[in-house]
Design a protein around this ligand. Structure first.
Ligand code: NCD
Length: 319
């Protein structure tokens, strides 16, 4: 079979059910085989050149992509803190940097940038060179590969993506992981969302518009809440918690006080529910919660490796 046509991965709306029906089992297979032999797939990305270009800090995304490349047989090149350690520090535009880098033989560039829309801009330039851009987070915009690993984790637990009660909380306004996840979960029939956030950090209108557009045909429902109640917790399958994105707002993120998960709070969650968080957490989940079997955030972060291996295999290897 032929390699998938060159694709940029810019937003989670791109992932349709057909794609997910391939990628989720593929990630599950990689996860199982990786447990037996981490090098099972070491030829998949042979001769593929990868650049990790990160203008914002990262632990999970950068390192899981880096390791995904290595386990697939490609040694990536990395510029961390690209704002300081690239010509951007001298004032070069992103477009010019991408134009130059595309001339050096990379097959794809995994880009994290503080400005929303940066990956779209980069993709415009990269398209002219046949280079693919993967958005690893663009400001408050999107983080599509995080949504993919989030959805994999949900699918792994529940075996389905339809008819789930998803409670998302924290900084829903600035949080790019929630944006991508809502766009993706909004594709599945019967998703029932609860959006829990202080008023000024509630969801952006573009996402509500998207949900409204598909509300009827997909039987979507949602409510806006200012705090978690016992009733909401009792009706939750997935509690997706996030940090307040202080770096993207003026002010001190004072809101956090009312948004800390503790064993006392999560005791109302159903036995079969899970707690997720894209991490890093900075106080909004108390570490004493980690021992609870429903705390899935570390499993979720680990899944990032397998899902990114699956995505890169899908994009760059015959399948
Ligand atoms: C998130 C990010 O960078 O958007 N982290 C991640 O990639 N797992 C979440 C965050 O920074 O809050």
């Amino acid at each position: 079979m032929a390699r998938a046509p060159l694709t940029h991965i810019l937003r989670s709306q791109q992932f349709d059910e057909g794609f997910l029906s391939i990628i989720l089992p593929m990630a599950a297979e990689i996860k199982a085989r990786h447990g037996e032999n981490k090098w099972s797939f070491r030829h998949r990305l042979k001769d593929i050149n990868v650049l990790l270009l990160f203008y914002e800090p990262s632990t999970r995304t950068e390192k899981s992509f880096d390791q995904a490349c290595r386990f697939l047989g490609s040694i990536p090149s990395t510029t961390q803190n690209a704002g300081a350690f690239s010509s951007a520090a001298k004032g070069e535009t992103l477009e010019d940097s991408i134009e130059i880098l595309c001339g050096y033989g990379y097959d794809f560039i995994i880009l994290r940038h503080p400005e929303e829309g940066a990956s779209e801009r980069a993709a415009k330039v990269a398209s002219r060179h046949g280079v693919s851009i993967i958005n690893a987070g663009d400001g408050s915009g999107q983080h599509p590969t995080q949504a993919l690993l989030d959805i994999f984790t949900i699918w792994e637990k529940f075996g389905r993506l339809k008819n789930l009660n998803i409670t998302l909380g924290g900084d829903l306004f600035h949080g790019r992981t929630v944006h991508s996840l809502i766009y993706l979960l909004g594709k599945f029939k019967g998703t029932n969302f609860r959006f829990v956030a202080p008023k000024e950090l509630q969801l952006r209108p573009d996402i509500i518009e998207y949900l409204t557009k598909h509300k009827k045909e997909r039987r979507l429902s949602w409510t806006f809440e200012e705090s978690l109640s016992k009733k909401i917790l009792k009706e939750t399958d997935v509690l997706y918690w996030t940090r307040i994105q202080k770096e993207r707002m003026n002010g001190d993120g004072e809101h956090i006080k009312n948004f800390v998960l503790t064993p006392q709070i999560i005791k109302f969650l159903p036995k079969e529910s899970i707690i997720m968080h894209p991490l890093p957490r900075v106080g909004e989940i108390h570490p004493s919660t980690d021992r609870d079997p429903r705390a899935w955030y570390f499993k979720q972060a680990k899944n990032g490796l397998y899902v990114r291996m699956a995505l890169l295999s899908y994009l760059f290897h015959d399948h």
